[in-house]
Design a protein around this ligand. Structure first.
Ligand code: NAP
Length: 431
């Protein structure tokens, strides 16, 4: 089977049957998106029975598994050859991972790809880092082929509610930290799962593409979004309080690990966290995203998370007319005319389609031509919010794709009548 990736041909093992955990979370969702695009044979695992159908619509297949209940494992692992093992922000990751590895062995799984932490220096004693190292040791000892991914701080963390409040970046150390974009980690994980243990058994891969001090982070976010960001260096202890706020995914023991990490980065024991070491190019044949590029793609989300989103200049029903560039984009889609879609974009435009990135006119043309080849669909605008430098078009897409109907937001920055950046994501469900 061939991947749709433009940078690398992937040789997948046609007999592989993969299970992706955490597909409702940040990393797992992007891994599953990548596998889906590559037409890999996989299921996503969820502990939420009510979500099984929706996840099947989205990804093709889903299985019930509750990492807190090992009695659910044998059924979930029937016929599975490879697992993407990811756990949440909890100390329970230790027992969850151990019992899953035991069940994988029992059920003849032959490859586990584990998402750990950036433990580049083996003497890493911050709680969470030690937990991941212990899981990796148990996995190595299991006899199952293994691959460990070691991401540094997720760039996506900037989108959490407390990270950038009011445009002030709350840093918990004055020292540099290394960052990675989950777009890179997830695409790499999908390739590793598809290529399998023949190529990746016994390998550790590192993801830390950009190392920046708090002030460099603020400068980078300012340059990428066009709005002023500053940095405030707080005491490491502050992380425990901030990470316990409503909406945080961290349980208290994990938040303590964050505090320990920042304290040890500050006093130099974990200075290596501020280093660059990145295997994206080795795995995907392209450069990793740096914070500047990532923040440009997520500029509107960053401004929203910071509470700095420019108020929409106008909000209009589509019948009142949508900006002409977007109207052309909708018409060209409905006409199934890849050249006319491409003509809506500037030469160096970037499109971000829920985890997949297309850079420049040629990649955009290939992406849309591939969508036309795979699916028949119709785009019906339902709302437009015009912004100072673009617009957010909401549209209902109906067609012969899994689920048959979806509402998408096309968040565009435009210049001179051309789209420069388009971020396509499912329309957030109103709370
Ligand atoms: N944030 C960082 O900067 C960073 C850096 C390096 C490494 N990491 C590592 O990244 C991992 C977290 O990744 P993430 O951000 O993608 O997490 P996340 O967004 O919180 O997602 C966690 C996923 O795990 C699922 N899950 C939780 N408990 C489960 C259970 N009992 N049974 C089945 N599924 C369960 C959740 O499903 P539900 O929808 O059912 O809750 C969700 O899909 C952690 O191991 C962390 O140490 C994070």
């Amino acid at each position: 089977m061939k991947s749709t990736s433009k940078t690398k041909e992937i040789q997948t093992n046609s007999s592989s049957n993969l299970l992706v955990l955490g597909a409702t979370g940040q990393v797992g969702k992007l891994v599953a998106n990548n596998l889906r695009r590559s037409e890999a044979n996989f299921s996503v695992g969820t502990r939420r029975k009510a979500n099984l159908e929706e996840l099947t619509d989205r990804f093709g297949a889903s299985r019930f598994i509750d990492l807190d209940d090992p009695r659910t494992f044998d059924q979930a692992l029937k016929g599975i050859t490879g697992i993407f093992l990811i756990t949440g922000y909890t100390v329970d990751m230790l027992v969850q991972s151990k019992s899953l590895i035991d069940a994988a062995k029992r059920n003849g799984v032959n490859h586990i790809v584990h998402l750990g932490a950036f433990t580049r220096d083996h003497d890493a004693y911050a709680t969470v880092f030690a937990w991941h190292q212990m899981i990796e040791t148990y996995l190595r000892d299991s006899g199952i082929a293994w691959t460990n991914l070691h991401p540094n701080m997720f760039m996506q963390s900037f989108l959490s509610v407390w990270s950038l409040k009011g445009g002030e970046y709350s840093a918990y150390t004055s020292k540099a930290i290394g960052f990675t974009a989950l777009e890179d980690v997830a695409e790499a994980a999908a390739v590793i799962l598809m290529e399998g243990p023949e190529k990746h058994n016994g390998k550790d891969y590192w993801f830390s593409a950009d190392a920046l001090t708090p002030h460099q982070v603020a400068e980078t976010l300012t340059a990428a979004t066009g709005r002023k960001f500053t940095a405030a260096v707080r005491k490491a202890e502050g992380f425990q309080n901030d990470a316990a706020q409503p909406g945080s995914a961290f349980e208290p023991a994990y938040a303590k690990g964050g505090f320990e990490l920042f304290r040890q980065v500050e006093d130099g024991r974990m200075a290596y966290i501020g280093s660059v070491r990145d295997d994206t190019k080795k795995l995907l044949g392209r450069e990793p995203l740096l914070l500047n590029g990532w923040a440009k793609l997520h500029a509107n989300e960053l401004l929203e998370a910071a509470g700095m989103a420019a108020p929409p200049a106008t909000e209009v029903a589509p019948n009142d007319g949508i900006p002409s560039t977007l109207a052309s984009f909708v018409k060209a889609n409905n006409d199934r005319d890849a050249d006319s879609v491409t003509a809506c974009f500037s030469k160096d435009a970037v499109v971000y389609d829920d985890g997949q990135i297309m850079r420049g006119a040629e990649e955009i043309r290939q992406w849309i031509a591939e969508l036309f080849r795979k699916f028949q669909y119709v785009v019906a605008p339902t709302n437009v919010r015009e912004l100072t430098n673009g617009a957010i078009l909401t549209a209902t897409i109906t067609g012969n794709f899994p689920g048959a109907r979806v509402s998408l937001d096309y968040n565009c920055r435009t210049l001179g009548g051309k789209i420069e950046v388009m971020v396509i994501q499912p329309t957030p469900v109103a709370k």
